[in-house]
Design a protein around this ligand. Structure first.
Ligand code: ATP
Length: 441
């Protein structure tokens, strides 16, 4: 049975470009104020079953909070329908729904009443709410004297104690201290397990993976992916990573076109952002590496806390190779990005034949390299002095695991590549340097 049913939802905001400098100007030109319409949600439809826990993900400003506010009916859509079954409780913007001059206790009554509780029901829950908030000593002070963390504590304590069927939570938990965050997540898990439907907006993709069973990724006003939380988060992180790469490559462009014909181009670029001050890794400035740069897809596993973002073969000059040659020096470059620091890192690679036979695999730990700390992003190079693979088609596995060998990003076949051979001929997969000794007659 559906707890939330959203159909063809549209929401735009008017953005006023000329507000008028003074109140007089604003009043006089009230009707003439120029505005543009910003489409935020552009035809969103989904259905959430009772008891589901759904993470809403997407980049800043994509409309997650707007969607949550529409579900809470703080905002109304331009078009589309929203049906929510049962009592709704929400934890939206910091302090939303609190009156600054009322005490914590008075705000509990006011807030819980908004969620549909009668005075008697609130009386019964008051102690529980105050206890959970940990604000006993401050509960009779006006909430304007509260810190942002204290606001969150109070708001959360009310939101989870109103026996809601549907709980809508915005990124608000980030404000509380670590202990309170853990306490909230524990409580939310209990609510989830007792069948409460939860929609959770957050940028903490780890929590989405572990806490939610499903995630909806909003992009450019539409649903880009609505799937199992791991699958949706991986797709979102891969996309964000690609975006980052594109930005880095764009930043690089003016540096490459140092003497442009049109000074205007330079000005535009300067407007946007200052020219790159830091030297950017060679690897990121390569214009293209079509054959080697396999696209990230969901056909791999790992926590995603460290991502393998690009992999390529290069020659001694750093030129990307389409075809490798038996006997040549080759480097395998693995670009990574750390989203969450680990207790250590172990990078691995493996060559497989097209039919899946492992020709050679190793990792940094096997080679007695145990990196504990790494730059947040960089390139690991696996250098081969003399490629001994024979002519043929091969597959490449790449992986990074942590010091406990837990997979962070593991690809069974990141890319397929070909090896050619001009003078090193033999049968099999590996060329073994050799000589023959033949008895003389
Ligand atoms: N009341 C409003 N008036 C005008 N524009 C608004 C209003 N509320 C939101 N917006 C705009 O709508 C867009 C979506 O905002 P929203 O807060 O929903 O994004 P979000 O995905 O929650 O972002 P974040 O991850 O940064 O919290 C933004 O461009 C924002 O500026």
């Amino acid at each position: 049975m559906a707890a939330i049913e959203v159909e063809n939802l549209y929401k735009s905001f008017k953005i006023y470009s000329d507000k008028g400098k003074t109140l007089k100007e604003r009043l006089l030109f009230k009707k003439r104020r120029a505005y543009e319409k910003r489409e935020v949600l552009n035809g969103i439809s989904f259905s959430i079953k009772k008891g589901e826990t759904v993470g809403l993900i997407g980049h800043n400003g994509c409309g997650k909070s707007t969607l949550l506010k529409l579900l809470t009916r703080i905002l109304y859509p331009d078009a589309g329908t929203i049906k929510v079954e049962g009592r709704v409780s929400s934890l939206l913007e910091l302090g939303a729904g609190f009156h600054p001059d009322l005490s914590g206790r008075e705000n509990i009554y006011a807030n819980a009443a908004i969620f549909g509780l009668k005075k008697k029901e609130i009386d019964e829950r008051l102690k529980k709410i105050i206890d959970f908030s940990g604000l006993e000593d401050f509960i009779d002070n006006p909430v304007r004297t509260y810190s942002s963390g204290m606001y969150t504590r109070l708001a959360f304590s009310v939101a989870i104690n109103v026996d809601a069927d549907v709980l809508l939570v915005d990124e608000i938990l980030a404000v509380g201290d670590v202990n309170f965050q853990q306490k909230c997540l524990k409580k939310m898990r209990q609510l989830r397990d007792s069948g409460v439907t939860i929609v959770y907006v957050t940028h903490d993709t780890d929590t989405v993976k572990t806490f939610c069973n499903r995630a909806i990724w909003i992009h450019e006003g539409k649903i880009r992916k609505d799937a199992d939380s791991w699958e949706a988060v991986d797709a979102y992180l891969a996309f964000m990573n690609d975006e980052k790469m594109r930005e880095l490559e764009k930043e690089q462009e003016p540096v490459q076109e140092e003497q442009p014909e049109e000074p205007q181009v330079q000005e535009d670029i300067n407007d946007e952002q200052p020219p790159a001050e830091e030297p950017i890794e060679d690897a990121l400035t390569e214009e293209e590496a079509p054959a080697e740069e396999a696209e990230l897809d969901s056909n791999h596993f790992g926590s995603g806390e460290v991502l393998i973002t690009k992999v390529r073969f290069v020659d001694e000059q750093g030129e990307v190779l389409d075809i490798l040659k038996c006997g040549m020096p080759v480097s395998l470059e693995i670009d990574y990005q750390i989203l969450k620091e680990q207790n250590g890192y172990n990078f691995g690679m493996g060559f497989f034949t097209a039919s899946g036979i492992n020709v050679f695999s190793t990792n940094t730990n096997i080679d007695n390299i145990f990196p504990e700390k790494l730059p947040q992003e960089g390139t690991v190079r696996f250098k081969i002095q003399n490629l001994s693979l024979l002519e043929g088609e091969y597959k490449l596995n790449v992986a990074v695991v942590n010091a406990d060998q837990a997979p962070l990003d593991y690809y069974r076949c990141f890319l397929e590549f070909a090896v050619a051979s001009e003078n090193k001929k033999a049968v099999g997969t590996t060329y073994i340097e050799h000589t023959w000794e033949i008895p003389q007659a």
